[in-house]
Design a protein around this ligand. Structure first.
Ligand code: ATP
Ligand code: MG
Length: 194
């Protein structure tokens, strides 16, 4: 079972790399952002709640997010492993994920931290906002999201270092090269841990 946490600031390329890795290794992919945007599109109760937070650049409350994740996880059949994209985003979520996986006799195999400079993040997100119309990809909300990343999410770097799962990935350059770096890093991490 290969459980990969793809980590990084907004715009670091988590979604792009997750899709490539899911294909390559035949893994399931959970993007919590995509799940929430799906709920918003379908105008569900959950979607309406989520929209309030997302439009403000804030995180969805942990309890709610953890329930959503558990539901998606339970829905997977023939599970060879999962790429967690956008989760965990807080220490509480990381602790909960650890428990959730342990209850299924599993664990996180590796945490990949996609590192990208802040001005590059800003550039990518503004472009994505223009191209896709994603409501939270506007300059004001991006700044709030980056702040939330630094205060609430980046402590997970230390947390996963303590778990012995942390791997730094250079997130600059073309997506193909980054995927190759990731494949290499995952292989190396598995050799060390198992
Ligand atoms: P990327 O560009 O790398 O895909 P992102 O931060 O731009 O990352 P998403 O991961 O799609 O975008 O998340 C969008 C929003 O959904 C977040 O700003 C947050 O409000 C909410 N969200 C997603 N995952 C979580 C989570 N684990 N906990 C709380 N809120 C979340
Ligand atoms: Mg994403």
């Amino acid at each position: 079972m290969l459980n990969i946490v793809i980590f990084g600031a907004p715009g670091s390329g988590k979604g792009t790399q997750s899709e490539r890795m899911a294909e390559r290794f035949g893994l399931n992919h959970i993007s919590t952002g995509d799940v929430l945007r799906g709920e918003i599109r379908n105008d569900t109760q959950l979607g309406r709640t989520a929209k309030g937070f997302i439009d403000q650049g804030q995180l969805i409350p942990d309890k709610l997010m953890i329930d959503i994740l558990a539901n998606v996880l339970d829905g997977f059949k023939d599970n060879k492993g999962v790429i967690f994209d956008g989760f965990p985003r807080t220490v509480i979520q990381a602790e909960e994920l650890k428990k959730m996986l342990a209850a299924r006799g599993q664990e996180v195999s590796v945490m990949l931290d996609l590192n990208v400079r802040e001005e590059e993040l800003m550039k990518r997100l503004i472009k994505r906002g223009r191209d896709s119309g994603r409501a939270d990809d506007n300059e004001e909300t991006i700044k709030k999201r980056l702040l939330v990343y630094h205060t609430q999410t980046s402590p997970l770097i230390e947390w996963y270092k303590n778990e012995g799962k942390y791997v730094h990935i250079k997130g600059h350059g073309n997506p193909e090269e980054i995927t190759e770096q990731i494949v290499h890093a995952v292989g190396a991490a598995l050799t060390v841990n198992y």
